[in-house]
Unconditional design. Sequence first.
Length: 305
Amino acid sequence: MQLSILELMRLSTRNLLIIFFPMVAMFLAAFSGWFACRLLRPTTHFNGQLAYQDVLAQVSFGPRTPGSVAHDQTISYISDELIQAGWNVQIQTSEWQGFSVQNIIAVRSSSSPAFILGAHYDSRLLADQDPSSGRNDPVSGANDGASGVSILLELARSLPTDIPPLWLVFFDAEDNGGLDSRQWIMGSRAFAASMTISPSAVVIVDMVGDEDLNIHIERNSNSKITSEIWAQAAALGYQNIFLDSPKYDMIDDHIPFVEAGIPSVDVIDFDYPYWHTAADTADKVSAHSLQVVGETLWAWIASKK
């Protein structure tokens, strides 16, 4: 039997359709399953862009100086974000050297914490390092304050629940030492003085949003915990940002814990030209820098499971 060219074309087309349509159906089923999985599976990794939005939110309130409306708004903002992320929040109200202190403590477990991550949320009353005439103005504190808070908030949203017990502590009254008889790091001193827990490590995150980020080893920090964090950064390819050379002896929120004999680390880039000036604004903060630090700490904490 002979078939015409037209009949052969019809037969070939029908065979192609028999093969093609099942392949399309298989592809669509696989894609829809992948897409549904992507929709249902929550993100579990740090997002620097979301952290940067936290910086913008804090700065939008104005300078977060103790006793100001912006200070109260920041407490509410931090608390709300933590509660939405599934954390239990306590405001520790106390007094240190005659000044009111309000630390924000976030927990997910009733167990004693294996680790504490901390950052200060207040900003400085005076831009006394400003080279211009604006030294009597308060500091916006986009990097010096808001960047560390943003790291902790995004960690709160993204860390898995099967990690060792962790507390996130947002310290008040860190940044106004030398003004009106105020001391430095009053919030962390008040917290440490009342502490009844014994964490195995405390990590403070401060001034980590600089676009030109260079984090040297802080000299007062515990060498073992520092080595762990710096090794994690190197494993992620960030060894050009987390530098192996020690540089500064900082008076920062890790000091009360160092004095209490608790292994503590200060993750800080103090080579920041806008420190305690009116120019410490949100445009000086980089989402990429927040990503680098947040991703490193996320991986270090997750490695403790």
